[in-house]
Design a protein around this ligand. Sequence first.
Ligand SMILES: N[C@@H](CCC(=O)N[C@@H](CS)C(=O)NCC(=O)O)C(=O)O
Length: 218
Amino acid sequence: MYTLYDGHATGGVTVRAALAEIGAPHKIVNVDLGAGEQRSEDFSRINPCQQVPVLVLPDGTILSENIAILMYLADAHTESELAPRCGTVERAQVNRWLSFFAMNIYGPEYLRMRPAFYTTDPTGADGIAAAAAAYLKRHYGIFEAALGGGPYLLNARFSIVDIYIWMLVQWWDDRDQMYRDWPKTTRLVDTVMRRPKIALVHEAHFGKVISGETGHAH
Ligand SMILES: N[C@@H](CCC(=O)N[C@@H](CS)C(=O)NCC(=O)O)C(=O)O
């Protein structure tokens, strides 16, 4: 039995989605980020970074870091086919884009959404948010140009990187610009969120799934 420490609508939705796809028995311990529970002594012992998600494996091993958890789940449950076999070119591409999104989208989204946290100069926050937004747009554009026929990164083959991208795109607030400028990326995300098991996670955390290629998530 896995134990997932997570809050509401956090990056941990990726782990919820992967566990749902696998059908792995698990329990969820809610960490109320709004109430600061991530900074409690008990949770800090589990993850000194005071962040969710954290997955505790059946043997008691504590795994933090979103993409490490996703890779573990895919490799421990190969029958669910959530990632190509290690050592293949397809797997290298999955790892490459997981890494790309973790570095170039996940981190910079925090700069865009919470700029004041990243400066000691209160007058500098708006500039940080604007620079982060420009950086994010550039990198979403790079991904859009790299996507092939879709709908997923590996075309017909769904994998953990698609789950990760689905989660991150929920943080981007200009839906109209996204559908206009990144049609292949939004098609990928629409396809992920309509997978029956992921649709349930999506609705619980982000709102109603709307059918149709151009349906907006919000
Ligand atoms: N590098 C970590 C980052 C995790 C992270 O940023 N988690 C956020 C929720 S999405 C969090 O727990 N924040 C706690 C806080 O804001 O105090 C990962 O990839 O899992």
